[in-house]
Design a binder for this molecule. Structure first.
Ligand SMILES: Cc1ncc(COP(=O)(O)O)c(C=O)c1O
Length: 449
């Protein structure tokens, strides 16, 4: 086959490739061919700063020499072996590193391949745990999750998810999940003030737990930031409060750190900001530095032990994914963790976080910016028609997309969440690149709103 021309690639991309979360009838190809550091390059040679970490996963930049070399080294040994009944040294070493780094009490690692599967695993493990532990509680069959939660697109993950636009269609297929109100500091219920916001939401959680704990297997939460909901940052103390309540009411806590883990919030894991150890911890995206699909569900010893027995007892976790624990993914994940140390990635973040905060403060004053929020190197800018009433723009107007389209014309690659602009660059972003992203976003808002 001859190398296709750029025009052919565009035609095939439009006709043959079905893109995720994309209306293909309106799709305009953007074909990225190569990258270096935090800059992506399309087939026409145009450069874009990666303002959303290639969908929230890139950490140390693209084509990092150390990460590239780790994959090449692993390729010289083996690209893939199954984790169903066998192992390989690289995956074992990664499990060791993750257990050492994770919040205390998480001592076992189940590998899968994406964020949704990491959550799916956690949800199923929680269910089976209650049936198999010494003092079984088979009536614990439903879940508690947050309004507007997003945990991925497989049906178990969608069941605990709560983003109407994405999930309503599939409701007839889903299992029962109870819902807590989103702890959103911007859009609060009547009578709720910044001072009583935390108390209000913990009271809500307690009411549901008090009434239904007998049948709740687990509470699922995105710690600190509800990413797909629009980068909603929870009031400080909410995660810790929820941890205490789940302990009191004998409900497992599943922390989905798929988006916020691996340094995004300024610490390696978001749970560490509130000294929380969940019963199950889900990691993906940045786990491999944003290079390859690999995910991990970490569990406590208590959960692990409930699955032990002879084969005939049928306590096995009958769940697996062909590429779970893939050695290439594990190799680049190990290298990602090494680069965190060598480049002092976390120690270098405060300066970048502060610079982002400065930009947000300025952008927050624009007439159609209702709210800006930030946690570490994650930011959301909510556009509104009317600042006083918080009236949103109608979603069909695609204001967020229009601002991002403008930013793209200035060489920034961003993807909004409806009316919320997202800035979530690789942790390796430079201050200068951060300035360019924020300034392009600002000009885009002034132009489009
Ligand atoms: C919090 C959270 N959980 C799970 C997922 C799903 O991850 P994946 O797309 O890798 O399946 C996402 C994806 O954005 C996420 O933000």
């Amino acid at each position: 086959m001859h190398e296709p021309t750029p025009e052919q690639l565009e035609t095939w991309d439009r006709r043959l490739v079905w893109h995720a979360f994309t209306q293909m009838a309106e799709y305009e190809p953007l074909i990225l061919e190569r990258a270096s550091g935090c800059v992506l390059v399309d087939i026409d040679g145009r450069e874009y700063i990666d303002g959303v970490s290639s969908l929230w996963c890139n950490i140390h930049g693209h084509r990092h020499p150390k990460l590239d070399a780790a994959i090449r080294r692993q390729l010289d040994r083996v690209a893939h072996v199954t984790s169903l009944g066998s192992s390989n040294p690289t995956t074992i070493k990664l499990a060791r590193r993750l257990v050492d780094l994770a919040p205390p009490g998480l001592q076992h690692v189940f590998f899968s391949d994406d964020g949704a599967t990491a959550v799916e695993v956690a949800v199923k493990m929680a269910f089976q745990y209650w049936r198999q532990r010494d003092d079984p509680r088979p009536e614990k069959t439903c879940y508690l999750a947050l309004g507007e939660a997003y945990h991925g697109d497989t049906l178990g993950s969608v069941s605990v998810g709560g983003v109407e636009r994405f999930h309503a269609m599939f409701r007839p297929l889903l299992f029962e999940t109870l819902r807590l109100p989103t702890p959103d500091p911007y859009r609060t219920p009547p009578g709720v003030t910044p001072e009583n916001l935390l108390r209000y939401h913990l009271d809500q959680a307690e009411q549901v737990l008090a009434q239904h704990h007998q049948r709740i297997a687990a509470l699922v939460i995105e710690p600190l930031v509800q990413a797909a909901a629009g980068m909603i940052v929870h009031p400080r103390g909410y995660l810790r409060g929820v941890r205490e309540l789940t302990r009191r009411y004998d409900v497992l806590l599943i922390a989905d750190e798929v988006a916020v883990g691996m340094g995004r919030t300024g610490k390696m894991f978001a749970c560490q900001h509130e000294d929380v150890s969940p019963d199950l911890l889900c990691l993906a995206k940045g786990l491999t530095g944003g290079y390859l699909p690999l995910a991990a569900t970490l569990t406590s010893d208590e959960i692990w032990r409930a699955f032990l027995g002879t084969y005939a007892e049928s306590k096995t976790f009958f769940h697996g994914h062909t590429y779970g624990g893939n050695p290439l993914g594990a190799a680049v994940a190990l290298a990602t963790l090494e680069v965190f140390e060598e480049e002092q990635t976390l120690a270098r973040l405060p300066e970048k976080i502060a610079r982002l905060a400065e930009h947000l403060q300025r952008i927050g004053k624009l007439p159609h910016v209702g709210h800006v929020r930030q946690c570490g190197l994650v930011a959301g800018i909510e556009l509104v028609r009317d600042r006083a009433t918080k009236e949103p723009y109608r979603w069909e107007e695609r204001r967020g997309q229009r601002v991002c389209d403008h930013a793209r014309s200035e060489g920034m690659l961003l993807r909004p969440l409806g009316n919320v602009l997202v800035i979530m660059p690789p942790l390796a972003i430079t201050l200068e690149q951060l300035d360019k992203i924020a300034e392009a976003v600002e000009r885009g808002i002034v132009r489009e709103c």
